[in-house]
Design a protein around this ligand. Structure first.
Ligand code: SF4
Ligand code: SF4
Ligand code: FES
Length: 240
């Protein structure tokens, strides 16, 4: 016989509130399965996002019992507390509706942190690709950081973003670290200036919530520490 989960789901915008539901508990049920059940069977107006269901697109992130998570790969039995789930939109972002947040401020910061690659060589027609040695130290550092799926879990978990909404945040700074370690990139100076300001890497207090929560097991806090080192070195050389 199946038991019911008590599920509180956020409805409305920033000044909305919780609505209570009862959802049958199943084996191997994910939190996204629960949200989908609510939308299909109990409240067809519920807004939420997902796409791949397999941990690739990053669109299904929400807060579950207070912690930010990717919901398609979070099993209910790992997070349920006393038969209850409390499901909210990500923190630190405006709520569009229900469980859907506006991700524009998050991705704007990737741009502001110098996230885009800037090539430093013009390649002619027929030229081969620029070769990057797979076992070079910089390549290995970048590999540790580049599997980000843009889910926003780290950003939602970062209390410095909460205190200072201008802070670039862990994902944008992690992206900047990837580009700083790409030897083909030609914009290291401008990017380092972009991440060294008041809202940049030096604002991070290094308590590692981002690294602890990242579902891809990336280390944004380590990336930010790397940016701090680069920034200090550049400052000592008078290059900032
Ligand atoms: S380590 Fe830095 S970026 Fe990560 S959660 Fe803490 S303050 Fe935010
Ligand atoms: S660093 Fe991790 S938690 Fe942050 S956006 Fe990328 S995948 Fe998500
Ligand atoms: S739906 Fe794509 S990561 Fe969860």
């Amino acid at each position: 016989m199946s038991t019911d989960l008590a599920v509180s789901v956020w409805k409305g915008t920033d000044d909305g509130g919780f609505v209570e539901h009862h959802v049958p508990q199943r084996d191997n049920q994910t939190v996204l399965d629960v949200v989908s059940y609510v939308q299909r069977e109990l409240d067809e107006t519920l807004a939420y996002r997902f796409a791949c269901r397999v941990g690739m697109c990053g669109s299904c992130a929400m807060r579950v019992n207070g912690k930010s998570r990717w919901t398609c790969r979070t099993h209910v039995d790992k997070v349920v507390e006393d038969g209850r789930l409390v499901i909210q939109p990500l923190a630190n972002l405006p709520v569009v509706k229900d469980l859907v947040t506006d991700m524009a401020p998050f991705f704007d910061k990737w741009r502001d942190a110098g996230g885009p690659f800037v090539g430093h060589e013009d390649r002619g027609v027929g030229d081969d690709f620029a070769a990057v040695e797979p076992d070079s130290p910089a390549r290995r550092l970048a590999d540790l950081s580049q599997e980000c799926i843009g889910c926003g879990v780290c950003y939602s978990s970062c209390d410095v973003v909460t205190w200072n909404p201008d802070y670039l945040g862990p994902a944008a700074l992690n992206r900047a670290w990837v580009q700083m370690n790409d030897e083909r990139d030609g914009d290291h100076g401008a990017r380092l200036r972009a991440v060294s300001g008041d809202a940049g890497c030096h604002a991070c207090h290094s308590q590692q919530s981002c690294t602890l929560r990242c579902p891809m097991e990336l280390d944004p806090a380590g990336a930010i520490a790397g940016l701090k080192r680069l920034s200090f070195k550049a400052a000592l050389k008078g290059k900032l």
